[in-house]
Write a protein that binds this ligand. Structure first.
Ligand code: ADP
Ligand code: MG
Length: 371
């Protein structure tokens, strides 16, 4: 549905996107995960046709985003990092305007705006000026704009930056709701966020795709040897006998019996998943397993490894074919060779750890209540 081929973006000498290749399939929630400056926004701006690439191409349902922008853009709704909102418009005026830009037929516009307003819960503020809305509500207006026309693909750049915890939960719920009928791609520099909502994660570091898989597989792939914890009603000797012929086991440790229950830790060989065979072995021996769970590396570890170490652990490189990561260096603001469309490039200078910075300047959240 989306195919990104050999995508490169240079800002002057600075390589912001470094030969990205990936495919997006319908019906999933994808997460672009990477530290600030990794190249997420640049990639998204190129994928949505707001920024030209230095090399490579992006195909949306077979249409080249640069050569056939109209056709390609029809499939995409985009919420950029800084939503392109018009502060002096009311919410309704803005959505009417966005609907017109998107080429929605006049007859449908009003009905569809109503539908989207209900979906993102902004109906009650539709006559308020956007400048008087809180960050959370503005973000929803931006989201409404992206969803208008109900395009197949919805791309959201850091949708929860600057929101408070309650708003973050609301936005997540919304994203999940949208994902029922749309393919969603979102970016974040916060692992927990991506882990929470996405079913496929692409880790980007220094403009390179360093890993892409489901959260579970990423954890497993990079994991030191995972440990499978079991609890069962038998003796330690019996545990060993049952597991003797299960392949993929490196080591078994058992604790002394307690109230008739044995706790065991089974260390897997790298890259193995023994859960099913362990289950079957106990089942065929007629011994009940009370617990069977993997305790291994967390995704947090994977993320740190991939984005902060100067090389991939050998096991991971072997598994995936990815070889090398350039050591992390401070995020530099490159030369503003072209605009960071669709709006202000100045954002770059102040964008370090946006996570904690709610808002600055006169547009700060000073409205009463939650609005
Ligand atoms: P992310 O969204 O992952 O934080 P970006 O795509 O915004 O990363 O930025 C990737 C790199 O490109 C960063 O080093 C950033 O400073 C640089 N960059 C982004 N936009 C511009 C621009 N308009 N001019 C020059 N450098 C830019
Ligand atoms: Mg960004």
């Amino acid at each position: 549905m989306i195919e990104v081929r050999n995508l490169v973006k240079k800002y002057g000498d600075h390589l912001a996107v470094d030969h990205l290749d990936f495919k997006i399939e319908a019906g999933r929630i994808y997460g672009f995960l990477g530290p600030n400056g990794a190249g997420k926004s640049t990639t998204m701006n190129i994928m949505t046709g707001y920024l030209g690439a230095t090399e490579g191409e992006v195909l949306i349902d077979g249409h080249d985003i640069l050569r056939e922008p109209e056709e390609a853009k029809r499939h995409i709704g985009y919420l950029p990092e800084q939503p392109p909102l018009y502060m002096d418009m009311t919410v309704r005026e803005y959505l009417e305007f966005a609907a017109e830009l998107k080429g929605l037929r006049k007859k449908q516009r009003s009905g569809e705006i109503e539908e989207v307003e209900k979906l993102v819960k902004i109906k009650d503020v539709e006559h308020r000026l956007i400048k008087n809305l809180s960050k959370g509500y503005r973000q929803r207006v931006g989201l409404a704009q992206a969803v208008l026309g109900f395009p197949e693909i919805i791309i959201l750049d850091e949708p929860s930056v600057g929101l408070d915890p309650k708003q973050i939960i609301e936005i997540r719920e919304l994203i999940r709701k949208l994902a029922k009928n749309h393919t969603v791609i979102l970016s974040s520099h916060i692992l927990a966020e991506v882990r929470e909502v996405c079913d496929y994660i692409m880790i980007i570091s220094k403009g390179k795709l360093v890993a892409s898989d489901t959260p579970e597989n990423l954890e497993r792939m990079l994991g030191q040897n995972n440990i499978v914890e079991i609890e069962t009603k038998t003796s330690p000797a019996e545990v060993r006998r049952i597991l003797k012929n299960v392949p993929g086991i490196e080591m078994i440790e058992t604790q002394p019996e307690e109230n008739g229950i044995i706790k065991g830790s089974i260390r897997e060989k790298k890259g193995e998943d023994i859960r099913e065979s362990v289950f079957r072995a106990f089942a065929s021996a007629g011994i009940p397993l009370l617990t069977l769970k993997v305790s291994g590396t967390s995704l947090e570890d994977v993320f740190m490894e991939l984005t902060q170490r100067d090389a991939l652990p050998s096991a991971f490189a072997k598994n995936t074919g990815w070889k090398e990561l350039i050591p992390e260096e401070d995020e530099a603001v490159g030369t503003a060779e072209d605009g960071h469309a669709p709006d202000d490039p100045a954002e770059k200078a102040e964008k370090t750890d946006t996570e904690d910075i709610a808002e600055t300047g006169e547009e700060a959240d000073r409205d009463a209540g939650d609005i």
